[in-house]
Design a protein around this ligand. Sequence first.
Ligand code: F0G
Length: 365
Amino acid sequence: AHQWRGVVAEYADRLPAHLLERTVTLGEGGTPLVPAPVLSERTGADVYLKVEGMNPTGSFKDRGMTAAMSAAAGRGAKVVVCASTGNTSASAAAYATRAGMICAVLVPDGKIAMGKLSQAIAHGARLLQVDGNFDDCLVAARKLAESYPVELVNSVNPDRIEGQKTGAFEIVDALGDAPDIHVLPVGNAGNITAYWKGFREYAGLCPDAPGGSLPAVATRTPAMWGFQAAGAAPIVLGHPVTEPETVATAIRIGNPASWRQAEEARDDSGGVIESVTDDQILAAHRVLSAEAGVFVEPGSAAGVAGLLSRAERGLVPAGARVTVTVTGHGLKDPQWALRTLDGADVEPTRVSADVVSIADALDLS
Ligand code: F0G
């Protein structure tokens, strides 16, 4: 029987050779591409969800982290650092433990979801809550890596992008060709950069890339549609946001490191980068969990929110094949499920342990 070996081994012929010297893997990637009839019906398109919550630490970051950590291990690194809104820290902590390295993580004080915080601690990271936002954390992490013997594993590390481009490969492998449109949330803008690179490489457009001389797998590239939270939408506004705010803490970022690359992906692909409000994000979060059966964290719902918003405006071509990366698992930040869209707490119904009261509570009698 075939056992999935993780993205570095599975896509070795299209990744830099230095990742293979000492590969650090937890079996990431190989995530399901799930058809979403509910979203297809609402948009008039043919919509699939790339469910990245199925990765070992529950987010797409694991694809990048296996690559960054393999490179660091190959160089004999002892200590890694990252700034994070939560998922990167959870992933870095797990992979560093696996590699026998020390992992320092800088997170914005009070603004990271409990599940992610728990993961970083569980995996033994040196967790520092910084008095500042993600952007402040990233500046500090970069300086630390410049001045001390510490490797930076944020997505400004090119190996992270190499690993994350495999998400695009898997989508094309599953569908037999590229979709018409690929949708994803945008925070620090590493993932939109990585997907665009992956789609281009698979279409044979990057002869100088690792494996660039291999035959093309796709005949075309998709339009890239990225969505930022309205309170943290620097790319949409065209200037940094000094105090980003959104319920989607994963993408609460005011000055994305890969800003220029995101604009390039948007423009070269004929795509868009737009913003969605917190209400739209939470409504999409609800559609995904209550109608599609897919539980994601709020940040991950931003892409779906954007897709639904464009559909309402008549901007989704009928019958288009659309893939959406839903980036992180709902269990990372479960509190949103326990609240109605009006903000009221959801209380479980209490019953005694007899079958009649249970049947009554279920309106079966
Ligand atoms: N979705 C989730 C669940 C994320 O955690 C992130 C980024 C994004 C989307 C946006 O991806 O930054 O590549 O544009 N989280 C980072 C972190 C910033 O620290 O975990 P991006």
